[in-house]
Design a protein around this ligand. Structure first.
Ligand code: TYM
Length: 333
């Protein structure tokens, strides 16, 4: 059976990009594959802006609650918090020792995130190696993610391949899986940049828990252009194309079909329809989130069960990797 792994950082309130780029696929894939989903709290600690312990704790629970609300089913999938399974941190060290400094320095996300910051932690630099450990520890075949994670998954493949070549076949080489629409949702105010938890302005980002009025306001004030035609062209019409892609991902209808239907009806009618589709997509998720948020004990229980299951899978893989690298098993001489 295909094994799937993916993770999300508790680094801010999740948004439409997280939902359309990753979560929609997570939920769809859990029906056919053995799926493992993770709140990657260790990754969230690498942010160049100082992290606040209370905020991290709160966001970790909240993100797990959102994952359950979008439809991650703990009966079908394993859902857990990264720091509850210490094998992730330990495996990172093994991979650190076979990863080049130059390889990490040229990672696009490191360049982006460190830019403009005077002091950057070693954790941020090492971020993709921890992500590699997340994925390889579970022998994941497929990793459902947005387009921005492509380089990280390629690095995970490279590191896995290198390990297997040098120390014997231990790891499965993963591949990234993207949705047909929504793999790169752009900022509504700046359609040249991706919608981002940490970098988008509040007006440019639709949060999964935004109320309908707010969503409508944000979508209606999305930057488009001075023409009136509705067609998909990322270079010439980035704003309209972004809305078309959101519309398509939210409704499951084709981009071309939607463009044909709305072309000639004006941006106002088009934006109203996009806003309505997003509101309808989010409505049941928000409702379920509010229900679950009333029972944090149950969320904690589900995460504990998930961590136990994850540990049972990760521990033997880590043991094999340590042994392959020549680390002496305890009790042997
Ligand atoms: P994170 O927390 O930034 O984002 C979580 C997921 O959301 C996707 N995403 C987007 N998709 C479309 N449009 C956007 N504007 C957009 N913004 C975010 C991301 O691609 C991602 O799938 N490094 C990862 C977390 C991670 C991980 C892993 C992922 C840690 N370990 C192992 C997969 C496997 C990250 O920063 O995601």
């Amino acid at each position: 059976m295909t094994r799937v792994f993916s993770g999300m950082q508790p680094s801010g309130e999740p948004h439409l990009g997280n939902l359309l780029g990753a979560w929609v696929n997570w939920v769809a894939m859990q029906r056919e594959a053995e799926s493992i989903y993770c709140v990657v709290d260790l990754h969230a600690m690498t942010s160049p802006t100082e992290h606040d312990p209370d905020t991290l704790r709160h966001r970790t629970v909240d993100l797990a609650t959102s994952m359950l609300a979008v439809g991650v089913d703990p009966e079908q999938s394993i859902l857990f918090v990264q720091s509850h399974v210490h094998e992730h941190a330990e495996c990172t060290w093994l991979f650190n020792c076979i990863t080049g400094f130059g390889e990490l320095r040229k990672q696009p996300q490191f360049k982006e995130k460190s830019e403009g910051h005077e002091s950057v932690s070693a954790g941020l630099f090492d971020y993709p190696v921890l992500q590699t450990a997340d994925i390889l520890l579970y022998h994941a075949d497929e990793v459902p993610v947005g387009e921005d994670q492509r380089h990280h998954i390629e690095l995970a493949r490279d590191i896995g391949q290198r390990f297997n070549h040098r120390f014997g076949e231990v790891f499965t080489l993963p591949k990234a899986v993207h949705p047909p629409a929504g793999a790169r949702v752009m900022d509504l105010q700046d359609p040249a940049s991706k919608m981002s938890k940490s970098q988008s302005s509040e007006k440019g980002i639709v949060r999964v828990l935004d109320d309908p009025k707010r969503i409508e306001k944000k979508v209606k004030s999305a930057v488009t252009d001075s023409a009136t035609d509705i067609r998909f062209d990322r270079d010439e019409k980035p704003g309209v194309s972004n809305l078309l892609e959101i519309f398509s991902a939210a409704t499951g209808r084709g981009i071309e079909e939607l463009a044909r239907e709305y072309d000639g009806r004006g941006y106002g009618a088009f934006k109203s329809a996009v806003a309505e589709a997003v509101v309808e997509l989010l409505r049941p998720i928000q409702q379920r989130h509010h229900e679950l948020a009333d029972d944090p004990g149950e969320v904690a229980r589900l995460l504990e069960v998930g961590a136990d299951k994850a540990r049972a899978l990760a521990a033997p893989t880590l043991a094999r990797a340590k042994d392959a690298m020549g680390l002496l098993p305890a009790g042997e001489a």
